[in-house]
Design a protein around this ligand. Structure first.
Ligand code: MN
Length: 202
């Protein structure tokens, strides 16, 4: 069974002015669509075609580079769209807020650590908030389209929020100003969705 490009859960211009409509159109309609079709081409006719994306990524070292890059790209962007929204921003509440305060000291300290991970990831990659094997929150980053579900990841866990720091995610609006894009991301984070991911992962 082939993987399907998930529909964006909001309009292309819904994240304006923080993330512009043209970037969203190209990012979802070209980049994410490309990862999805190339993943399907890479697994077509193999027994991976019957596995979940999580299972494929958990053993990605056994598969070719096409599965690693495009399987990661398929999964990462699907998560990315879902943790943003037009009514986003602010701070988390409930269990997730308590866990962030307990782990990082405060929301502001968490934000600094996440923003630093995103800003210092050299070249293309992702910043993550994950739940590790002990149920603890952790901030990490990964290169290219890798992610913490992969057996090759330096830091493993279940991603509950991810930020794409490839230039294709921000160049049209922010050019080389990645820190401005990272700050803008915090204005569109859908914390309710991240809290759901946290409850499911811990
Ligand atoms: Mn991307």
């Amino acid at each position: 069974m082939a993987f399907e490009l998930p529909a964006l859960p909001y309009a292309h211009d819904a994240l304006e002015p923080h993330i512009d409509a043209q970037t969203m159109e190209i990012h979802h309609g070209k980049h994410h669509a490309g990862y999805t079709s190339k993943l399907n081409a890479a697994i077509d006719g193999t027994d991976l075609a019957n596995q979940s994306i999580e299972d494929i990524l958990a053993n990605v070292s056994k598969h070719g580079g096409g599965v690693r890059n495009n399987g990661g790209g398929f999964y990462n962007h699907s998560l990315f769209w879902s943790v943003m929204g037009p009514n986003g921003g602010g701070k988390p509440s409930g269990d997730l807020a308590s866990a962030i305060d307990g782990t990082f000291g405060s929301f502001e300290k968490f934000k600094d650590e996440f923003a630093n991970a995103a800003a210092t990831r050299f070249g293309s990659g992702w910043a993550w908030l994950i739940v590790d094997g002990e149920g603890n929150l952790k901030v990490t980053s990964s290169p290219n389209q890798d992610n913490p579900l992969m057996d090759v990841a330096e830091v493993k866990g279940t991603p509950i929020m991810g930020l794409d720091v490839w230039e294709h995610a921000y160049y049209l609006k922010y050019q080389n100003r990645r820190p401005d894009y990272i700050e803008a991301f915090f204005n569109v984070i859908n914390w309710d969705e991240v809290a759901k991911n946290y409850a499911a992962a811990k």
